[in-house]
Design a protein around this ligand. Structure first.
Ligand code: SAH
Length: 390
């Protein structure tokens, strides 16, 4: 097997268990380098570091799959890993829907699998994972006997790995508009054309966190997508709920979901730009008991962090101005590069500008089916904050 020898000084990141090895961390390679093949990684003094797949075209040259030198990478390996990931999700209470594989956090770098009850959506985001797609599909068939498997590989990062973007069935074709149950509610998931894998499972635990504060409240939710937070608010006893999304299609889906749960008398949706209307409604003096914000990621690159933070400050400032004294702000950020500390600091700055005092109700991360691994920073990406706005 091809051996990859690291520089004499190996980074703390790799030493502490991070699975990525960048090309500039490699001293030399013994043997042939074939894209996507399995290689063994050693320190300069020949100590085994791990086994993983290589792609000379990617800046992340090697992604480790195991630190155990006796573990072979073959079909059984994928079966074993997927089964272990499912057992973990069951252990912590997930039964129907969950992120079954969360890449690095499940020791499966660049693999995402979302389980929507009997249906599975897969993303293989690196070449080294792509070549094992059949093994992954076989394992899913063996473990779950699913009704359908779909690949949502229409993601630009694949191009960094020299792969094309694509989507399609990995099982017999099926109706890709499915209905899932979440917290006692029903939601339509469009596996084929929805955002990302079709539905944001990462907020599923957080959606329950609004239960107490929305009772009897007039609620405004911006960046609603399929209307999940808003429909939860209505279900938990809000007086009225208005959800906003810039996409007409999202508003259509959200409206269908409200009907599906027979909550259309309480929840309505509008297709508008939230940045614009929140500003205008602030000027008009509109007031709500609860404002909820869940914008898309504002940046994926380090150069734009300041701009992203300015965006968070602006939207949260506009949101706070719409909240009655003693009302609540429910605010999220899924931008990977914005740390929890940076996010809180930004909300604090917005509060200062709005001349409001905040009282923290809860500060959470993504649902626990997306495990956070200490030392692998990008596994801790979602910030979810509820504050009382005094
Ligand atoms: N809250 C949703 C996820 C929201 S994803 C859930 O829990 O599932 C972010 C949404 O913001 C997308 O649907 C996108 O269409 C919408 N969006 C992006 N820019 C917007 C803008 N300027 N105004 C309103 N909505 C916007």
């Amino acid at each position: 097997m091809t051996k990859v020898i690291l520089n004499k000084k190996i980074s703390n990141r790799v030493a502490n268990g991070h699975p990525w090895i960048f090309s500039n961390e490699i001293n030399h390679v013994k043997g042939t380098v074939e894209a996507a093949s399995i290689v063994d990684v050693f320190t300069h003094d020949d100590k085994f570091v791990g086994r993983g797949y290589i792609n000379p075209q990617s800046q992340i040259m090697v992604r480790l799959l195991t630190r155990n030198s006796s573990e072979e990478i073959n079909e059984q390996f994928f079966h074993k890993r997927i089964l272990a990931a499912w057992q973990y999700r069951q252990k912590i209470g997930y039964t129907q829907n969950c992120r079954l594989i969360f890449g690095e956090a499940d020791l499966m770098p660049a693999l995402i699998i979302d389980k929507f009850n009997d249906y599975f959506v897969i993303q293989t985001l690196s070449l080294g994972m792509e070549v094992w797609k059949n093994a992954i599909v076989d394992a899913l068939n063996e473990i779950f006997k699913p009704k359908g498997i779909y690949e949502r590989n229409d993601v630009p990062v694949r191009e960094l790995e020299g792969m094309e973007q694509k989507k399609g069935f990995l099982s017999e074709p099926f109706d890709t508009n499915i209905i899932i149950n979440e917290n006692g509610l029903r939601f339509l998931v469009d596996i084929e054309n929805g955002q990302k894998t079709g539905y944001f499972l990462d907020q599923q635990d957080n959606r329950r966190a609004i239960k107490q504060i929305v009772r009897g409240a007039d609620v405004l939710g911006a960046f609603t997508y399929t209307g999940t937070f808003e429909i939860h608010a209505a279900h938990y006893g809000a007086e009225s709920v208005l959800g906003l999304d810039i996409s007409e299609n999202a508003v259509k889906q959200a409206t269908r979901n409200a009907e599906l749960n027979e909550l259309q008398h309480k929840v309505t949706f509008q297709a508008v730009n939230a940045f614009d209307v929140l500003k205008q409604w602030g000027k008009d003096g509109r007031q709500y008991d609860v404002v909820m914000l869940d914008p898309p990621a504002f940046t994926k690159s380090r150069e734009n962090i300041q701009k992203a933070l300015a965006g968070y400050k602006e939207i949260n400032l506009r949101g706070m101005k719409l909240i009655k004294p003693g009302g609540f702000l429910v605010t999220s950020s899924c931008t990977n590069l914005v740390s929890p500390e940076m996010f809180l600091e930004t909300i604090n700055m917005a509060a200062k500008d709005a001349k409001r005092k905040l009282r923290q109700v809860t500060f959470q991360a993504q649902a626990s089916d997306h495990p956070i691994i200490w030392g692998i920073e990008n596994t801790n990406y979602l910030k979810f904050l509820i504050v009382q706005v005094m």
